[in-house]
Design a protein around this ligand. Structure first.
Ligand code: ATP
Ligand code: MG
Length: 478
């Protein structure tokens, strides 16, 4: 008899014995709950007889020397689920049970159902692969020995697939089939489950696998969030650079136009020249008006260009110094006092700092940031001087062994639509073009905070309820 033949006979003999053990164990559990204890002793005898028979079969095939501790055990049993009666599972997950033997599927599915897991059944490898491509699963319990497409093939196909390779697989196998278990683990299976199924071990392994998958997914989500933030920052940086570049280019021709306009202005205002137009006063007035228009618009363009330049923060200069951050905030508000009075703004400062208020940073930039927020609140949150409340809250926070200040600027005004919230930090985005807004204020604020001040900025807004900007700044700049 070949080794393969021996292995097949052993498998065929063990399968019904394992079912006898599995069913009688489940009955024991049920009886314990129902209180029909008169059957308990007999059922325990059946279970024990099944175990003895397993032992004898293994002896017969001289395989009983295979020790359990030689089997790779990839997941220790978490202590909190050692007791199978501890019947709540806090991890939801959909499990695919793949086994060609009906009783095995039945025992596993009944066990999982008892614990509130969702499951699907596949009678063979082909159905399993079909289901896996059509539905989302969190775990696969996979039998190795199956006709046509066996467990190895299913495992191999799954590991070759970009999406399916992330679903953990627990191999269902007799403890004696050590070689198959090792082979599957080498192929990428997460763990194994010995037959006959032991309830404690089943729950432990299922729970451990689902937990591991959940943690992996959490990690992945965190990573993609971080990448997204970095991509947004990069987009802002390159836009800012472009704006500053354009501003620089425009500056030179603007200077030339300015010189030309000044010459024109001094000439038309010169008596000798204006006398030349004594026959045509109208023409002179036209020239003077046009000159004035050019001059005024050059000033406007010049101011805009100055703002464009500010967006690229390395074009502006401020002194790095250690200050009391609360004082800087209060001084900034003081600078805005006249506007605040006109616009009927009530500005409240809240101090929630528990440790130190010392900040090594750029107070000039912080003032610029606060005034930008207040100007926006005056213009957009409470337009037409209708007035309202503004709260500027200062707190501190510890994160990754670093101390941060958290400044929250809140208004209770008109709010920003979710469509606009996504764009407010983009240069040139404004809803106030008609009132002279250029859409650069928050772009500059964003750049200052994320580049020079090494902090972060977030916004939350609800239409009709108001807007909050959250800023974090490290206590000490590097
Ligand atoms: N507190 C706020 N409440 C409601 N909308 C706001 C608030 N702050 C900003 N916004 C919206 O965000 C847009 C962008 O603001 P940002 O400061 O960048 O530009 P701006 O104020 O329009 O122009 P600039 O600041 O260049 O003069 C504003 O046009 C406005 O729609
Ligand atoms: Mg603004």
């Amino acid at each position: 008899m070949t080794i393969q033949d021996e292995s097949k006979i052993r498998h065929d003999l063990l399968t019904p014995v394992n079912q006898i053990i599995g069913y009688s164990e489940m009955l024991v559990e049920d009886i314990n709950k129902d209180g029909r204890t008169q059957y308990l002793a007999d059922l325990k005898k059946i279970t024990q007889a099944g175990r003895n028979l397993t032992e004898q079969i293994n002896q017969l095939f001289k395989l009983s020397e295979v020790k359990t501790d030689t089997v790779p055990n990839t997941s220790p049993i978490p202590t909190e689920i050692i007791n199978p009666e501890n019947s709540v599972n806090d991890l939801t997950g959909k499990i695919l049970i793949v086994d060609d033997i009906e009783e095995n599927r039945d025992i596993l599915s009944r066990r999982l159902k008892k614990r509130g897991y969702l499951y699907e059944i596949a009678e063979n490898g082909k159905i399993a692969l079909n289901k896996l491509t059509q539905e989302k699963f969190d775990l696969v319990l996979l039998d190795i020995t199956m006709p046509e497409i066996d467990g190895y093939t299913v495992l191999q196909t799954m590991k070759a697939d970009k999406v399916l390779r992330n679903i953990p697989v627990i191999i269902i196998s007799a403890i004696t089939e050590i070689d198959s278990i090792v082979r599957c683990i080498e192929m990428g299976a997460e763990d194994y489950l010995p037959k006959p199924f032991n309830a404690t071990l089943l729950y432990a392994r299922v729970q451990a696998c689902l937990e591991k998958k959940r943690l992996l997914e959490q990690e992945k989500n965190y990573l993609s969030e971080r990448l997204q933030t970095e991509a947004t920052l990069e987009r802002h940086r390159s836009l800012a650079q472009m704006v500053a570049g354009v501003a620089h280019e425009i500056n030179t021709p603007l200077g030339v136009i300015n010189t030309a306009a000044t010459i024109l202005d001094s000439r038309v205002n010169n008596k000798d020249i204006s006398n030349l137009f004594s026959d045509n006063k109208e023409a002179l007035e036209d020239i003077m008006e046009a000159t004035d228009l050019i001059k005024r618009n050059i000033t406007r363009a010049h101011n805009l260009v100055q703002n464009f330049k500010k967006i690229s923060v390395n074009q502006t200069a401020d002194i790095k110094e250690s200050v009391n951050i609360l004082d800087t905030i209060k001084e900034s508000i003081e600078l805005f006092k006249i506007n605040a009075r006109q616009a009927n703004l009530e500005i409240i400062v809240q101090d929630n700092v528990k440790q130190s208020r010392a900040w090594l940073g750029y107070p000039g930039y912080l003032t610029q940031i606060i005034i930008n927020f207040l100007t926006n609140i005056e213009r957009y949150a409470y337009p037409n001087n209708k007035g309202g409340k503004v709260i500027i809250d200062l707190a501190d926070q510890q994160q990754n062994n670093q101390a941060y200040f958290v400044i929250t600027v809140t208004d209770f005004g008109q709010g920003i639509s979710s469509e606009n919230v996504a764009k407010i930090f983009d240069p040139f985005f404004t809803t106030g073009r008609m009132q002279g807004g250029s859409g650069l204020g928050l772009a500059i604020v964003h750049n200052l905070i994320t580049s020079v001040l090494e902090g972060s900025i977030k916004v939350h807004s609800e239409m009709g309820k108001g807007t909050s900007f959250y800023i974090t700044l490290p206590n000490n700049l590097s």
